[in-house]
Design a protein. Structure first.
Length: 312
């Protein structure tokens, strides 16, 4: 987040307090050409920034201080948006806090409105949160393998299971909602979403420096997965077989925590970002031309991602 230009009044108020640090973030784009960056802080703030094309800076248009919904204020540990590109005038985002609260809010250009706010039992150890297709919210426990589906209107628990992977640091859900993939620190594991039955393991590089959550994303219509590592690379996997297709090297080495993907008609793009103490993050973009994998002598020959010298 070091490259995000925050308004000076935010930066000057508490310039060195770690509790003001923003730990989670999500994007929304409205059809009215408004880019919104949603930030969640260690102390429990939620700050919504909109991009000013005149001043080329993010400006605060809404701030939700800790304890807004009657809780004591707690670290924002996870966040998700229902749609990155909002198809109507209303967007939705959900946040999870360290003390077990789940807050679902709507967002328009006029501000935010709370849809539900609940607190889960402390034994659940709340972690990642993800939207489903119907706007129901899936919550995942960092320990214990717990998963729940919450009703999008009331927050009522509709489903609950306890057979997921341990731990769960990051989670993604497939578009069909047939499976979810969780990062355990050492590897990534796929489970069937409806009943948490184990499906597949995507093996990491075997060199674990720090048990920090690494991103994993689907790419190429969910035929591949891209996961971060703490070994100076991201790894591209075949979703069905778990096979490693390619490694995307990060020249500085160390932790590659953040990954993102975008598939277009003729190409697929993957972005990776490193995280090394006392150094700014480099963001590398890789491109793969879209074509059907060729089968040679019974082996699948996948097109490769190539690093772009300049952003496309």
């Amino acid at each position: 987040m070091s490259e995000v230009a925050l308004p000076s009044k935010v930066a000057q108020r508490e310039p060195k307090q770690s509790k003001r640090a923003f730990q989670v973030a999500s994007w929304m784009y409205f059809s009215s050409k408004i880019h919104v960056l949603i930030l969640g802080s260690v102390r429990g703030d939620i700050c919504l920034l909109s991009w000013s094309t005149v001043e080329n800076v993010f400006q605060v248009f809404r701030s939700l201080p800790p304890g807004t919904l009657g809780d004591q204020g707690s670290q924002i540990i996870a966040m998700d948006v229902f749609e990155t590109v909002v198809t109507n005038k209303t967007g939705y985002f959900v946040t999870a806090t360290l003390d077990g609260h789940v807050h679902l809010r709507s967002l328009t250009t006029a501000g935010t409105e709370t849809i539900f706010s609940i607190q889960l039992d402390k034994s659940f150890n709340l972690g990642p949160v993800r939207f489903g297709k119907t706007r129901d919210v899936y919550v995942f426990g960092t320990t214990g393998g717990g998963t729940m589906r919450l009703d999008h209107a009331t927050g009522e628990i509709r489903e609950s299971h306890t057979r997921g992977p341990v731990p769960m640091g990051t989670v993604i859900i497939g578009h069909s909602e047939s499976l979810f993939v969780a990062g355990t620190g050492q590897d990534f594991q796929a489970y069937r979403l409806q009943d948490t039955v184990y499906r597949q393991t995507y093996t990491g590089p075997g060199r674990l420096i720090a048990p920090i959550s690494k991103d994993i994303v689907f790419a190429e219509e969910e035929t591949t997965l891209v996961g971060g590592t703490d070994s100076g690379m991201a790894i591209v996997y075949d979703t069905q077989s778990g096979k490693v297709i390619q490694t995307l090297l990060y020249p500085r080495g160390g932790l590659v925590q953040s990954v993102a993907s975008r598939s277009l008609e003729n190409a697929c793009f993957v972005a990776v970002a490193g995280s090394i103490l006392d150094y700014p993050s480099d963001i590398l973009i890789f491109k793969k031309h879209r074509k059907t994998p060729a089968t040679i002598a019974g082996l699948i020959n996948y097109p490769a991602f190539v690093k772009l010298l300049k952003p496309a």
